[in-house]
Design a protein around this ligand. Sequence first.
Ligand SMILES: NC(=O)c1ccc[n+]([C@@H]2O[C@H](COP(=O)([O-])OP(=O)(O)OC[C@H]3O[C@@H](n4cnc5c(N)ncnc54)[C@H](OP(=O)(O)O)[C@@H]3O)[C@@H](O)[C@H]2O)c1
Length: 270
Amino acid sequence: MNVIVITGASSGMGREFALQLDRGLKTIDEFWLIARRADRMKELSGHMRHRVKILPLDLTAEGDISLFGEVLQEERPKIRMLVNCAGYGLIGDFSALSAQEQAGEVMLNCRALMEITHACLPYMKEKSRIIQLASSAAFLPQPGFAVYAATKAFVLSFSRALREELKERGIFVTAVCPGPVQTEFFDVAERYGSVLGIKKYVMAQPERVVRSALAASCKNRPMSVYGPAMNAFWLMTRLLPQDPVLHLTYRMKKKGECRCADPGKDCQTE
Ligand SMILES: NC(=O)c1ccc[n+]([C@@H]2O[C@H](COP(=O)([O-])OP(=O)(O)OC[C@H]3O[C@@H](n4cnc5c(N)ncnc54)[C@H](OP(=O)(O)O)[C@@H]3O)[C@@H](O)[C@H]2O)c1
């Protein structure tokens, strides 16, 4: 049985990957959708032509990834594609946010992505594909979004190394690195702080980001960076010294949050 596994399928880009792949592929028998909200995935399956297996799992909960492993052992599918979309981030200074919530980002964005990939690999054959959702936040550390950016740097680094390791098996890995995308991501991210104003001007639509990611995967590209603004950002992070850029973006962010007359480093914005 040929299957596609998508984590984070209940909303945003995961949902969009399911819809676009459902329209485009004929050799797939079943889609396996993973997220916590089963009702959302059930609603999504109603719009899909393929058979769908809904796996309501909390990928940060001890034991839920083992449950996924048990399903794999029982069904022994051929995984033609794995799309790891589950992820979240919290905007705010590291010391102001709870350690537990930030550890959750590491658990989901890094550990779960890595464990799901490890669980799927024995069921993947030549020409299978892996798409990992990193972010443009992987290109440069982000004060005020520090843990999230670090988790995405992990995803990008891990994906590039894995790609090399899997070349001989003919399994293709693509890391997707979009800038801001209009999804529910910001409902969670902005729980305690707000996004840098400039990012709102480069907000992309999930349909386009996913289309471009699938095209990059088909062409066996290592990375997919959507849009001229993010490609320019990527180039800038390669060419410019990073420390002054970090300093400037953090100052801009603090200035945006500040309501007093003279925003500076002593200003209390929270
Ligand atoms: N939107 C952006 O600006 C942006 C930019 C660059 C990269 N990304 C990355 O792209 C990926 C998809 O994000 P999105 O924009 O599509 O956001 P989204 O709409 O918020 O989707 C996040 C998905 O992750 C799932 N999820 C969250 N916690 C989970 C958990 N504990 N266990 C299992 N699933 C969980 C959510 O489902 P449930 O809540 O139902 O569990 C949801 O389906 C993420 O990795 C994100 O970091 C987003």
